[in-house]
Design a protein around this ligand. Structure first.
Ligand SMILES: [Zn+2]
Length: 106
């Protein structure tokens, strides 16, 4: 993907073998740092060709959690374009017949 991008990523970390209920509720508020996980993921998405360059990312929403007992350790990603949708030409036409908002032939 190219152009301005939004990245949503959830990191699923392995559960330590001995984990109290309080620690489960707290989540993995310890290493690895979430910003380091994000950094390596952005590099990997670029290397894999999923995105043109990690500089395209203008928005990130991220979380890290302990994996569920039935889940898999890893990460899931959603990448969306931040480019505005094309003009729907709903604002009416000028006398010349062009869209009053974007100027395209309506
Ligand atoms: Zn328009």
């Amino acid at each position: 993907m190219d152009g301005p991008l939004s990245l949503t990523v959830n990191f699923w970390l392995p559960r330590p073998a001995s984990l109290t209920k309080k620690r489960i509720a707290d989540g993995p508020c310890r290493k690895p740092d979430i910003d380091k996980l994000i950094r390596s993921s952005c590099d990997a998405l670029t290397t894999a060709g999923a995105i043109a360059d990690d500089a395209r990312i203008v928005r990130i929403v991220a979380s890290k959690r302990y994996v569920l007992p039935t889940g898999h350790v890893g990460a899931d990603f959603a990448i969306e374009s931040m480019r505005p949708a094309p003009c729907p030409h709903a604002s009416g036409a000028t006398e010349a017949g062009n869209c009053a908002r974007c100027g395209a032939k309506a």
